[in-house]
Design a protein around this ligand. Structure first.
Ligand code: PEP
Length: 252
């Protein structure tokens, strides 16, 4: 069965009111014939702007993080219900930049996924190995451990998540995993998810790591790659729309 792919942009800490308005208008204008799901994960202060500009259209809204807590004395945090107020459909959790720079543990990532799910927001759960881990032959062990924490805490709700395999050595480096390297890890994750889900729903597994207009088609053609999480290339409308077109071309 062919599934609609999901292309999600991760703007990271980039943008301004003016730049966002131009980028969003161009992306929305180019989505006309898209036969895949498309989202942009914008910095929290710009959610209202992105919600207003994308209202009623096909572009979905995402956040780049979410608090594990519902409310209270957690200065600087943004809760899932607050995100929901702005029409957010997806929240990235466990991005490697948050694991690395903010010390986020597997357990915290699992709690963030739970917080998102409790408000009807789909967590995009990022897993991925560092270069040292890959070179030590530990890729499978690492990604399975990261995903297992989320599966363990979220039980049957796991069928509502999206997973993103993002090898840390490929993020923002211009080094992309080969389609074969990515597919091999996606197949491992697919099997792990399959074992954990009582229902046989296919959970989307995105690839992320220097995906661009030139390599998207080959990556997206792999049987277990259901879409992409796009960093740098999501900041240029032409590049992002070319990736959307590559995903649309895979729709049967
Ligand atoms: C990301 O940050 O999720 C990402 C995949 O970044 P890039 O596409 O720039 O490698």
């Amino acid at each position: 069965m062919t599934h609609r792919k999901l292309i999600a942009g991760n703007w990271k800490m980039n943008g301004s009111l003016d730049a966002n308005a131009a980028l969003l208008r161009e992306v929305i204008a180019g989505l006309g014939g898209a036969r895949c799901d498309v989202a942009v994960c914008v910095p929290a202060p710009y959610l209202a702007q992105a919600q207003a500009l994308s209202a009623g259209g096909a572009l979905r809204l995402g956040a780049q993080d979410v608090s594990a807590h519902d409310k209270g004395a957690y200065t600087g945090e943004v809760s899932a219900s607050m995100l929901r107020d702005f029409g957010v459909r997806y929240a990235i959790v466990g991005h490697s930049e948050r694991r690395q720079y903010h010390g986020e543990s597997d357990a915290l990532v699992a709690e963030k996924a739970r917080a998102a799910l409790s408000c009807g927001i789909t967590p995009i759960v990022c897993v991925g190995e560092t270069l040292a881990e890959r070179e030590a032959g530990r890729t499978v062990e690492v990604v399975k451990r990261q995903l297992a924490a989320v599966i363990h805490l979220n039980g049957h709700c796991i069928s509502e998540i999206v997973v993103a395999y993002e090898p840390v050595w490929a993020i923002g480096t211009g080094k992309t995993a080969t389609p074969e390297q990515a597919q091999a890890v996606h197949a491992v994750l697919r099997a792990q998810l399959h074992a954990a889900t009582p229902r046989d729903d296919r959970i989307a597994i995105l690839y992320g790591g220097s995906m661009n207009a030139g390599n998207a088609a080959q990556l997206l053609a792999q049987p277990d790659i259901d879409g992409g999480l796009i960093g740098g290339a999501s900041l240029k409308s032409t590049d992002f729309l070319q990736i959307v077109a590559a995903a649309s071309a895979q729709a049967g």
